[in-house]
Design a protein around this ligand. Structure first.
Ligand SMILES: Cc1cc2nc3c(=O)[nH]c(=O)nc-3n(C[C@H](O)[C@H](O)[C@H](O)COP(=O)(O)OP(=O)(O)OC[C@H]3O[C@@H](n4cnc5c(N)ncnc54)[C@H](O)[C@@H]3O)c2cc1C
Length: 410
């Protein structure tokens, strides 16, 4: 039977980043990836500054930049409640928010996956693609049974990592359910090209009419658009004309240059997902640890999934290459840190949702109250900056129960 140190199920961003780092540090790694080619499923393409710092620690940042990674410098919250010049006067210099990072990094998701899986292979990880069925056995002698197109084989290892995304089969086989927030808003995404007129260093987000919009330039005239919208409009951007409808929604009078977006060319699918948090406090059991979306995910409205995944991979890589890596309870510090990190990011997502993605009368009234309170006391908006410099770098008081109700309530 084949024996390796670590089997990683899932060779997406998390599995490949971790696999590459472990192989660079001398471990024998097998990465099992279901697809033979990655495709645009509409996923994360904006990595927060704190996630960029984690990518640097993992040793994959340079490769991401070399394959086209594009840094953004400014954030403007253009919004229907603010005159464009007032919003511009409050520009946030996002390239200077985190001391260990030159700002958010944008890169097409498929390119990010291809770069990281190639780097993992170059670093010495064994990468097996087209794997259909993976059965895991947790415990003191973990095992993985693999069914590829032509054969079934068993691998013994010292640790299994579940990095197989939102619908993780590793998590399912361990019987770990996710807790989920109710879905009341959805998120649609689209990649566009030939967007002449939108500044390439500027990201923008806010509310305009019946969408909460996000604009992330990827460089070379390309932009990733996301729109959060009400669950009641669930089919709004579906079907053959979904992309055109999304583009039309981005012609927003309160957002300068947005007419350039509405005229651009879609170059990928337009997909809609629930915009919600899903989490578990159980990210490890004997012989197995979960990372990235497999371990639970944050509402994409604040674009934290890649950074969460990079932190997970860095943390687990450090533990697996520590002085005594195979002892019981190895992952307890990771589980503790992740539990609090995800709790805090749920608060940031709830804040952002209540500020930008509430479309009924009572939600709009709450949003106006919060805007007024923030105008009088700007420090109340510090919570939003957790999405840039990391949730652990914002005082704990912002995450206490009741903070949001005091901000939005009457
Ligand atoms: C609409 C939307 C927008 C988003 N926007 C952002 C954003 O702007 N910024 C941000 O940071 N995050 C964003 N995210 C989140 C981000 O994309 C994810 O958190 C991140 O991709 C998670 O990486 P992962 O490696 O854990 O999972 P995935 O990227 O899902 O990778 C899992 C891999 O496992 C493979 N796999 C699955 N099952 C098996 C199996 N049984 N055997 C073998 N392989 C398997 C899959 O093929 C895949 O390659 C967004 C998410 C959504 C849905």
């Amino acid at each position: 039977m084949q024996r390796v140190d670590v089997v990683i199920v899932g060779g997406g961003v998390g599995g490949s980043a971790l696999g590459g780092a472990l192989a660079q540090r001398g471990l024998e790694v097998l990465i099992l990836e279901r697809t033979t080619e990655f495709e645009d499923r509409v996923r994360g393409e904006w990595m927060a500054p704190w996630g960029v710092a984690e990518a640097m620690s993992l040793g994959c940042y340079e490769a991401l930049v070399a394959s086209g990674g594009h840094h953004l410098k400014r954030h403007i919250a253009y919004d229907e409640l603010a005159a464009p010049e007032d919003a511009a006067a409050r520009t946030i210099p996002i390239d200077a928010l985190h001391p260990g990072s030159p700002g958010p990094l944008c890169l097409e998701h498929v390119r990010m996956q291809n770069t990281l899986i190639a780097l993992a292979a170059e670093s010495g990880a064994n990468v097996l693609r087209g794997v259909h069925d993976v059965t895991i056995q947790a415990g003191t002698s973990p095992r993985v049974s693999i069914r590829s197109a032509s054969e079934v084989s068993d691998v013994a290892c010292r640790m299994i990592v579940g990095a197989d995304g939102r619908t993780s089969s590793v998590r399912r086989q361990l019987g770990i359910p996710l807790e989920e927030d109710p879905v009341d808003h959805l998120i649609a995404g689209l990649l566009i090209d030939q967007c002449e007129g939108w500044p390439e260093d500027l990201q923008a987000a806010g509310k305009a009419g019946d969408i909460a919009y996000l604009v992330f330039p990827q460089g070379r005239g390309q932009i990733r658009l996301y729109a959060d919208f009400d669950l009641a409009d669930r089919g709004r951007f579906a079907g053959a004309d979904g992309a055109q409808k999304l583009l039309a929604a981005f012609d927003m009078p309160c957002v300068p240059h947005s007419e350039a977006i509405a005229k651009a060319r879609p170059i990928g699918p337009c997909r809609t997902y629930p915009s919600q948090d899903a989490w578990t406090d159980r990210v490890t059991t004997e012989g197995v640890v979960l990372i990235g979306d497999a371990a639970g995910y944050n509402d994409p409205i604040i674009g934290q999934g890649l950074s969460i995944t990079m932190r997970d991979a860095r943390f687990v890589a450090d533990l697996l290459t520590s002085r005594d890596p195979w002892r019981e309870g190895l992952f307890a510090p990771y589980a503790d840190e992740r539990r609090e990190r995800m709790r805090r990011l749920r608060t940031v997502a709830a804040y952002t949702t209540r500020l930008y993605a509430r479309f009924d009368e009572s939600g709009l009234a709450g949003r106006r109250r919060a805007f007024d309170r923030i105008a009088k006391e700007p420090a109340k908006a510090l919570l939003a900056l957790a999405a840039f410099f990391g949730p652990e770098n914002v005082p704990a008081d912002y995450f206490r129960p009741g903070f949001l109700d005091e901000l939005f309530g009457d």
